[in-house]
Design a protein around this ligand. Structure first.
Ligand code: FES
Length: 503
């Protein structure tokens, strides 16, 4: 099969960036590296690119394929792929300068102490399977720098060294053969700038969960060593300890939160016995700050014939504490939520962060609930013929903890594309972090704002009325930037749009 491959090239002599397209014969399961070699052979194109092992082990061949950093020796070439260098200083075509990063490794002294330096210390322990558990696959890094190239924070600040170095610091901190903890270096090198967007983890070709297993564990260790958290993060912990919620109620209609009022005033409709027993996990933001989203959600579910419980004994899922390393009170929260939700068939969430925490972190504490994001639940149940036409042009922002945390991106798009009167337009970098997560909105508000500003620029480039999302944190952060810029766009929660269509 003949396919077209686009290559972003750079001529250092002329200091010229340019794009060239080539037609090649694609063989079955052909890799990007083979495609590049065929281009050079067939066209005498002399494209510069690196490779060595051809087996995903040396990390030298990493490039960007359609804007995602990947190993050229592992990724399959597809028709119309665009190949570009990593977002580092380009030397020629697809070859980037790795030296500045190597220099930083030396500068930060990211080496294990050699055995000789242990002369007056106890001989270091060898790694056995049990101790290896502690560092997991942190040591599998192949220095491809893909994570560095994809990290959204690195485009906004020089105060963060990035996920590659955080993984290093974490490995050295938790490796049982190494005595010294590196948490103070991690704090100095910007550990609290990570938004927990998970882009590094999904990019890593060795599947190292860099934000979850390196950065969050470093933050946890920093708390143990009193190197952290930030003072703003401490307030969140204080709030959870005092009230069970990470924030205070601020709704005029629901001064004590949505859940309490719902249970006092709402009469649940009768449903048939064949329906699953559903509980609604609202999360702190929906309960206390965006209660109307809970109203809309329940409205939609009842229109579809489902009745839901909103148990009053539910507490904060613990996400803001897990993301900032304040894990000491997590077991207590997990226990309370387990007791609250254990007898339900389905636990529904409308907050990406809560859903991701209940699905991914709770099993680490031995709790497995059947959790579904609302878009996952509604995707095959909505009856679009029952909805009225809404006549809006929209785009969609992927919350990090939905798209990468829960693997959900198509369901909200399916819903939008099927709604009558909705014109859906995809935006550039829809799945790029808006800056709301990881304790950054509270601890590093300037960074959260800059990331949201970039998101709003991408929204403003489109002829749309709304950006739709399904995460209260993203909703607030993007709306803050829209308000600041006095943009004519607005954020709308998918539940609000659906509720409107069901009127
Ligand atoms: Fe070694 Fe691709 S050539 S990882």
């Amino acid at each position: 099969m003949i396919i077209t491959v686009n290559v972003k090239r750079y001529d250092p002599v002329e200091d010229k960036h340019y794009m060239e397209s080539y037609e090649i014969e694609k063989t079955e399961k052909m890799k990007v590296l083979d495609a590049l070699q065929q281009i050079n052979d067939k066209y005498d194109a002399n494209i510069a690119f690196r490779f060595s092992c051809r087996a995903g082990q040396c990390g030298s061949c990493a490039i960007k394929i359609n804007d995602k950093a990947k190993l050229a020796c592992k990724a399959e070439i597809e028709d119309n792929d665009t190949l570009a260098p990593l977002d580092l200083e380009v030397l020629k075509d697809l070859v980037v300068d790795r030296e500045p990063l190597n220099d930083k490794v030396r500068d930060y002294n990211l080496y294990m102490i050699s055995e000789d330096s242990y002369s007056d210390m106890e001989k270091p322990s060898v790694i056995n399977p049990e101790t290896y558990e502690k560092i997991g696959n942190l040591s599998d890094c192949i220095d491809c720098y893909s994570c560095i190239s994809m990290c959204p924070v690195l485009t906004k600040t020089d105060d963060y060294v990035g996920p590659y170095f955080m993984r290093f610091l974490s490995e050295l901190t938790f490796d049982p053969r190494e005595d010294a903890s590196k948490t103070d270096e991690a704090v100095d090198l910007g550990m609290y700038y990570c938004t927990s967007c998970g882009q590094c983890s999904v990019t890593c070709p060795k599947e190292i969960d860099i934000y979850g297993k390196a950065i969050e564990k470093l933050r946890e260790q920093a708390c143990r060593e009193k190197q952290g958290p930030l003072k703003e993060h401490k307030l969140i912990r204080d709030s959870v300890i005092t009230t069970g919620r990470s924030i205070n109620p601020k709704s005029e209609k629901y001064p004590e939160g949505f859940i309490k009022a719902y249970n006092e005033n709402h009469k649940k409709p009768e449903t048939s016995d064949d329906k699953p027993k559903i509980a609604f996990f609202t999360g702190c933001m929906i309960d206390y700050r965006l209660p109307w989203i809970a109203e809309y959600t329940i409205n939609i579910l009842e229109k579809l014939g489902y009745s839901v419980d909103v148990p009053e004994t539910q507490v904060c899922c613990g996400s803001p504490l897990l993301r900032t390393g304040q894990t000491d009170i997590i077991p207590e929260l997990v226990e309370k939520n387990y007791e609250t939700f254990k007898d339900y068939d389905i636990v529904l969430t409308v907050c990406a962060g809560c859903g991701s925490t209940l699905k991914k972190n709770y099993p680490e504490y031995g709790v497995n609930l059947n959790v579904m994001d609302i878009t996952e639940f509604l995707d095959d149940k909505l009856n679009y013929d029952d909805m009225k036409e809404v006549d809006v042009k929209v785009t969609y922002h992927d919350p990090c903890h939905l798209v990468r945390g829960q693997g959900i991106s198509q369901q909200p798009r399916n819903i939008l594309k099927n709604m009558k009167g909705v014109e859906f337009i995809e935006m550039k970098n829809a799945d790029k972090c808006c800056g709301a997560g990881g304790g950054v909105k509270s601890g590093m508000p300037q960074l959260a704002e800059e990331l949201a500003d970039e998101k709003v620029e991408n929204i403003e480039a489109l002829d749309v009325d709304y950006v739709v999302t399904v995460c209260p944190f993203c909703e607030r952060n993007i709306q803050d930037s829209i308000d600041k810029k006095e943009s004519d766009k607005s954020v709308i929660n998918l539940m609000e749009l659906l509720n409107e269509a069901y009127q």
